[in-house]
Design a binder for this molecule. Structure first.
Ligand SMILES: Cc1cc2nc3c(=O)[nH]c(=O)nc-3n(C[C@H](O)[C@H](O)[C@H](O)COP(=O)(O)OP(=O)(O)OC[C@H]3O[C@@H](n4cnc5c(N)ncnc54)[C@H](O)[C@@H]3O)c2cc1C
Length: 300
């Protein structure tokens, strides 16, 4: 099977890229393991167009349905390799190999998850991986940040204008950065998280058995590399992010990148902005390959 464009990732960046590419006349396949960072996001209220907060799952479901209606084919699979074959680019998953004229990498930026018992159960219910997204919901509340370095300090700074009290938890490891006096540091290992009757975070319990009562726990353990494909494909990577220009072109012809995997602001608005640019760039690239001219009307 061959597509003009294969998008790896079905988060906001990948789906937006697919929408622009398919509307420009390309055949488009999207391969995504899951709905990405937003799958478990409780409420989004900083993205344009929704009067009331919307859940991440609802937003992603609507985006995928929109793309499917326009003719995008989805594969719910994990890509295991991508590269150049005899027929051009290819993307491989399970027993399948898809050929492509262009590939858009939109694989996101997975947050590191600390090994704390019960953490998954509270994701979206008091455990957050994004202070800039969720700080607003913790006005005057008791929160803690789990981390040991610069990223944890910057997440605490995002929370500071909103939260009542912030505590830093280094979870059994040394904390490496200076902290303001207003943020106490607890270095003890975290044994578990407990919840209230509604299933929301209520406290963390430390190895000694002592507890810290909390409304929210922000995980800031640094970002793991999301750049397996980038490395395999030979893409230029700086500071754990794929390097792109304003058109979302990478250093390699025919390969584009968009969304969290390119670094910068890790937010939906930026992901869809880059997704649009990547989709248009992929379309321009394919049209040139096919020797077709770009009609202005194709962008409407
Ligand atoms: C808890 C939380 C709350 C957030 N709240 C907000 C908010 O309120 N407002 C806001 O603007 N932003 C918010 N964000 C940030 C927002 O989710 C991201 O900026 C956005 O999802 C980035 O989109 P993306 O498409 O680049 O990546 P993602 O949404 O992460 O999607 C990445 C995609 O790549 C796929 N993928 C990765 N590797 C592979 C592979 N090997 N094979 C196949 N598929 C693969 C994943 O399955 C997924 O489909 C939040 C993030 C988190 C974690």
């Amino acid at each position: 099977m061959e597509y003009d464009c294969i998008v790896i990732g079905r988060g906001p960046a990948g789906i937006q890229a697919a929408i622009y590419a398919v509307r420009a006349g390309l055949s488009v396949g999207v391969v995504g393991r899951d709905a990405g960072a937003l799958a478990k996001t409780e409420l989004i209220e900083n993205y344009f167009g929704f009067e009331n907060p919307i859940s991440g799952a609802a937003l992603m479901k609507a985006g995928q349905a929109q793309a499917a209606r326009l003719g995008v084919t989805f594969y719910e699979e994990e890509v295991t390799s991508a590269g150049w074959g005899s027929a051009g680019l290819y993307v491989r998953f399970a027993e399948t190999t898809l050929d492509a004229k262009t590939v858009i990498v939109a694989t996101g930026m997975p947050r590191k998850k600390p090994a704390i018992a019960g953490i998954e159960q509270f994701e979206g219910n008091g455990v957050s991986y994004c202070a800039v997204c969720d700080a607003f919901f913790y006005k005057q509340k008791q929160v803690a940040v789990v981390g040991t370095g610069k990223y944890a300090v910057s997440e605490a700074a995002e929370l500071a204008p909103f939260a009542g009290q912030i505590t830093m938890l280094s979870n059994g490891r040394p904390f490496t950065e200076p902290l303001p006096d207003s943020i106490p540091l607890i270095e003890e290992k975290i044994a578990g998280i407990s919840g209230d009757e509604d299933g929301r975070v209520k406290a963390v319990t430390f190895a000694s058995g002592s507890q810290l009562m909390l409304d929210g726990l922000f995980i800031a353990e640094g970002t793991a590399s999301a750049l397996d494909f980038a490395t395999k494909l030979g893409l230029d990577v700086q500071d754990n992010a794929i390097s792109i220009d304003k058109q979302c072109c990478t250093n390699l012809p025919g390969i584009f990148a968009c969304g969290d995997c390119t670094g910068g602001l890790l937010q939906i608005a930026k992901a869809v902005g880059e997704g649009a640019a990547a989709g248009m760039s992929a379309a321009a690239y394919v049209k040139e390959l096919k020797g077709e001219s770009l009609q202005q009307t194709q962008w409407h």
